[in-house]
Each structure stands twice: as C-alpha cells, then as structure tokens.
Design a protein around this ligand. Structure first.
Ligand code: ZN
Length: 302
C-alpha cells in the first residue's frame, strides 16, 4: 500500500512539474503599446508581441501606434502565426488595417489567422469588423484581396469569432507548438475575451479590458508564467469606470488566487500613471510575486 501511494505521489509530482516547466529561454513578451485611448499620455494604445525562438509569432491586440512599435521591434510580419484581439474598442483594434496594408511590403505568403470576440448587441463580430474595414464594401475596399482573396494578394486574413459563453474556454491551435485559449470576460456592454497563449511549456495570459464581474480570470490565468493586466482605473474608481475595469485590489487578488508567477501591469491611463507607486503598494500587500510596469517596447522575460 505504501509503495502504491508513493508511486502515485511521484506520478502526480512528475505530471505537475512537467506541465509547468517553462522553457523561458525560448519565449519573450514585448510590449508594443502600454497606454489606453488617451491622446496625451505619450504612449501607444494596446498591443503585445510574443517572441518564440527569436521569431515574432503571436500579436495580441492592434491598438493605435502598436504597428509603429512592431516595426521598431525588428519583427518580420511573415513570421506571425496569429493575431488575437481582446475586443474591438478603438484602442485595441484600430491598427489592424495598418498592419495588413503594411504587410504588402513584406514577404508574407501564408494565410494569417485573426481571432477575436463574436458579436453582441453593441459590437460587431471580429469577422464582421474585418469585412467592414476591408471587405468588398469596406472603408478600405482597396485592400479587399486580403479578405476575400482572389488573385492579387499573397495571402488572406481568416477571421474566427470566439463565442461569448460565460464560463467556457475555447481553444485554438496557431501552430504545432502554440495554442491560444479564450474566455468571455465582462467589460461593461462590450464583447470582450481574455487570452491565454501556451508555448514551450510557458503560458502568458492577457486580461484585456475587463471588470471581474464574471470571475473567470482566476481560471484562465491559473499558474500562468506571466499575467498582463490592464491597470486603467485606481482603487477608488466608481460608476462607468468600475463597470469596465478591474481595480488594483482586484488585480492583486486574481494574481494571488491564480498563483501567477509574474505580473505585468499595462494599459495605463493618466489616472493610474500618476499613482504607480501607490498601485504597486496595494498589489504587493496581497500578491507576493514579482510585478513589472509596462512601457512601450519593453521586453519581458519569463
Ligand atoms: Zn482599452
């Protein structure tokens, strides 16, 4: 009996350590935009890039200015294996057309998969957003070959809408080595999802913008090597702000309960940029792990 228990414990231990073994030398996160929608914060809007084996493989959000930082990063557009949008607010999605237009001058010739939320009463589905931008009757219909490919474009953007089902996680394979998982989060009336990207035994989670009213981030962020959390409002926020965003205290509790190994605060607005030390104090009182503050261009190791 003792032997059997020992073997079981050993198996459990082995399984656990294998599952959480992050090959951190192969994976990096780069911040392309650490700001929100404000014009005068001196920061790009939301955008992140996951590097794997020194290639830019996954883009998360496409906020204004993020494509400029993408260019500065030295990333090759042809290397991207997926674009993941958390939601379609302007500060997370308005550079999409800029990336696609810019790609004309790159060597990309394989299709590009784009993932984002399905529609709700307020927002179009990600696939519809793409059509309204670059479809046959889109504002940028001159780029329609990239959406409804005929002959001229070298590749096509293929959009997948993540269903908005509370409490469920949807999984997508971006390549043999990279998996992306999404779950519906509460961001006021906006259709929004959080993303977890897994590769080389590592996991990086992006809260996107969300309040914690659905209480789902703990699950999708469980034991993540890095949680990127939007720090758009202070602890004393109220009204619309609190219906859209999580406070520092909430971020701290999620990071603690999910046992994330590292926390990156991002998506700052002037009301949080001005009190970063106070915010760090609030979070450190509850969450014991390392915390970094995002800046545009910052490269974060796992
Ligand atoms: Zn935002």
């Amino acid at each position: 009996m003792l032997i059997r228990v020992s073997v079981l414990v050993l198996l459990l231990f082995c399984t656990h350590s294998f599952a959480s073994q992050c090959n951190s030398s192969q994976v990096k996160l780069q911040v392309l935009g650490s700001g929100g929608p404000e014009l005068d914060d001196g920061r790009n809007s939301s955008g992140y890039l996951i590097w794997y084996q020194n290639k830019a493989r996954v883009l998360i959000d496409a906020g204004p200015g993020s494509s400029i930082e993408y260019g500065k990063s030295g990333a090759e557009f042809a290397d991207l294996q997926g674009m993941l949008l958390t939601h379609l607010h302007v500060d997370h999605s308005a550079d999409l057309a800029a990336y696609i237009k810019g790609s004309y001058f790159t060597s990309r010739n394989t299709n590009l998969e784009l993932f984002g939320p399905a529609a709700n009463n307020l927002m179009p589905a990600t696939s519809e957003y793409l059509q309204r931008l670059m479809g046959d009757k889109g504002a940028f219909a001159y780029l329609k070959e990239y959406v409804n490919k005929r002959d001229e474009a070298d590749y096509k953007v293929i959009a997948t809408d993540v269903p908005l089902v509370r409490g469920q996680t949807f999984q997508y394979s971006l390549s043999d080595e990279i998996t992306a998982k999404a779950t519906f989060v509460h961001h006021g009336p906006v259709a929004a999802v959080a993303w977890r990207v897994e590769l080389a035994g590592c996991s990086i989670v992006f809260s996107g913008d969300m309040s914690n009213q659905f209480e789902v981030l703990d699950d999708i962020a469980s034991e993540a090597d890095l949680l990127v959390a939007s720090n758009a409002v202070p602890d004393n926020a109220s009204g619309a702000a609190i219906n859209l965003h999580m406070t520092p205290s909430t971020i701290a509790l999620i990071a603690k309960h999910a046992q994330v190994k590292q926390l990156l605060l991002s998506h700052f607005m002037k009301r949080t940029l001005s009190i970063q030390n106070e915010t760090l104090g609030i979070i450190r009182a509850k969450y014991p792990g390392p915390i970094k503050l995002a800046t545009d261009g910052l490269v974060v190791s796992l």
